[in-house]
Write a protein that binds this ligand. Structure first.
Ligand SMILES: C[S@@+](CC[C@H](N)C(=O)[O-])C[C@H]1O[C@@H](n2cnc3c(N)ncnc32)[C@H](O)[C@@H]1O
Length: 210
């Protein structure tokens, strides 16, 4: 299936990270994407999994579908939730994508995931300091022991400060930062898994061990 994610408006610059996730994940894996917006990133991920014959992987899209403060001035469809569902219809019907509509800190959504049950979590929701801290703290326990958490927009001071202050307190084995066009950070509970993501963009992707 040819990629068509680029027809969906949005903010998605971490395709190389998603390529490695697709390569690494087993066919019964789980991925949580916090901040799916109209589905640009989700569509890329689902198409790539489909093309890799990993159609049993479950992607959970957690979003209020209300947009963030930075979207207020943009011309966008009014109903983000319906637009997302239309854009992802093929993958939703296949059971590959599940919509979790609501705030990423809602008990109702968090309770749908057992501790240590998720392989990969992408944090791309609200980018302000406190919400990034909340996302990391609320979702870290959901990560499997060999899982990896990622986040976008590390170049924003609100994001990098939140990541550094939160992760220094948890049981992490390292913090990687990919300062190429991706601007992603990644962290996890075992160093071996993190090293796989370090090989992306040598020189601009640095992994500091704890
Ligand atoms: C930067 S956009 C995500 C971009 C998306 N990955 C793409 O490919 O276009 C951030 C998204 O986070 C959502 N969001 C903001 N705060 C949230 C929160 N507290 N809980 C859940 N979603 C939130 C917004 O509705 C918005 O769709």
């Amino acid at each position: 299936m040819k990629h068509s994610y680029f027809k969906i408006p949005g903010w998605f610059n971490y395709s190389e990270t998603y390529d490695i996730i697709v390569d690494q994940i087993k066919d019964d894996g789980k991925i949580v994407e916090i901040g799916s917006f109209l589905g640009r990133s989700t569509h890329y991920l689902a198409t790539s999994l489909f093309n890799a014959n990993k159609t049993n992987v479950k992607i959970y899209s957690v979003d209020t579908f209300e947009g963030s403060s930075e979207h207020a001035t943009l011309k966008l469809p009014k109903d983000f939730s319906s637009t997302f569902k239309n854009n992802l219809e093929f993958f939703i019907e296949k059971g590959m994508v599940t919509v979790c509509q609501g705030r990423s800190d809602s008990e109702e959504i968090l309770n749908q995931f057992k501790d240590e049950s998720v392989d990969y979590i992408m944090v791309d929701g609200a980018h302000e300091y406190e919400p990034v801290i909340d996302d990391i703290e609320n979702w870290w326990p959901k990560l499997k022991v060999d899982g990896v958490m990622f986040g976008d927009d590390y170049s924003l001071p609100s994001v990098s400060e939140a990541v550094q202050s939160t992760l220094s307190k948890s049981n992490i084995k390292g913090l990687g930062v990919n300062m190429s066009h991706e601007q992603t950070w990644y962290s996890g509970k075992t160093l071996e898994k993190l090293k796989i993501f370090e090989k992306l963009v040598p020189g601009q992707n640095t992994l500091k061990k704890n």
